[in-house]
Design a protein around this ligand. Sequence first.
Ligand code: 5AD
Ligand code: SF4
Length: 453
Amino acid sequence: MTDSNARTLEGLTYFQRTFGCQMNENDAERVAGLLDMAGCLPVSTLEEADIAIYLTCCVREAADIRLMGQVASMKNIPPAHKGLPRIVAVGGCIGQRDGARLQETLPNVDIVFGTHNIGHLPSLIQQRISSGMAVAETLESSEEFVKGLPERRATSWHAWVPIMTGCNNFCTYCIVPYVRGRETSRPLEDIENELDHLAAEGVQEVTLLGQNVNSYGRDLYGRPRFKEVLDYAGSCGIPRIRFVTSHPKDLSTETIAAMAAHEAIMPQLHLPLQSGSDRILAEMHRVYTVEKYLETVHMLREAIPDISLSTDIIVGFPGETEEDFQGTLKVVREVGYGQAFTFIYSKREGTPAAEIVDTTPAEVIQDRFDRLVELVQESVHRENEKELNKTLPVLVEGVSKRDAHMFSGKSPKNQTVHAPIPAGLTMDDLVGTIQNVRIDVTKTWYLQGTLVE
Ligand code: 5AD
Ligand code: SF4
């Protein structure tokens, strides 16, 4: 899939900016791997870059606006090297959605690529340089799971492992199935091989990735199941396994049993609720009711009593009433989420929900959103308080951004934990290792503690 022409890119510097979900972060690691292989050099500022690459998200309008603003303002930044105009490449979901149309809105974009042709980026850059013309290439779908692309991981201790891409669910507000295409699973053997390599390299944590990991394998011969991926991942020697995202309608009892069976599978699950109103859930085409969702939560807590749940919630879906919204608040109170991502509904052209006329004033939606955020914060704080005085294994990620004398890392439930760097130890000793931390302070956004033996 990679291109031998790419060698002529040798010595060019590149800068990447990534918006959106973990899928994009993983794509960014692949772009970095490809460009490194072509002899390009990563730089940490746009000013130093001969090539600027944007991996974009189009799930909500805010990401579109951010991209447009950043790319448009780049015209004023002088090239990194005299006589070598900066090449601007936009890929990912916005690239896939808009194709060449993007260059009409943003004339300084030289290259548009999509979600299915990351492997072609070096040759697209090459083409741009030799022809001097703008290039746009998007593919309808990848015939098989994009594999075999080199990648340069952002850290040595964590790896993303994509297991499937695309989505067949067509929630009525969501653009993802249109830009990421239909569900395509990666062969089980490929996943197992990658996990074995990562275990041998000493990677401490793997996040299995897919828009809907629970429907893994339905498109493959022999129909391997997500449970099999979990069983392998949970026993391959990597200490921590996480996965995103699970659609509540597809979370099976065997998946829950596999989560409970392996210590390496972290006691944390992202289970997007979206709304706590059956009427809105039906309009969203989510295919579950509040009762069914709560049953799943109950099953999870029976099997893994200490599990921490996180979620996504949309406020202001067209036609949402105060009563519908009260339903959402009720579920948030009942579940007790450890983390929640809250979004104001964003109209996406081409989705069925974009056709629904809504007259709810923006202030009403903002007020609901503010009330939800407040309730979520109370819930997160309450969940964090449960960790007080416990000793938690923390995967150390780096120096704390709040205090250079502290390190930061993640607990099994994915909470941020800060602790002082003990005398005699350096960050080099700590980063990428799992350390026991006794929790002394619990806040909404973090836990704080002391390293113990
Ligand atoms: N508006 C607001 N939020 C959205 N999401 C997806 N589409 C939209 C939209 N049009 C949210 C959902 C999803 C998360 C990744 O983004 O909550 O789970
Ligand atoms: Fe979008 Fe729904 Fe698919 Fe998630 S399950 S990616 S919200 S269509």
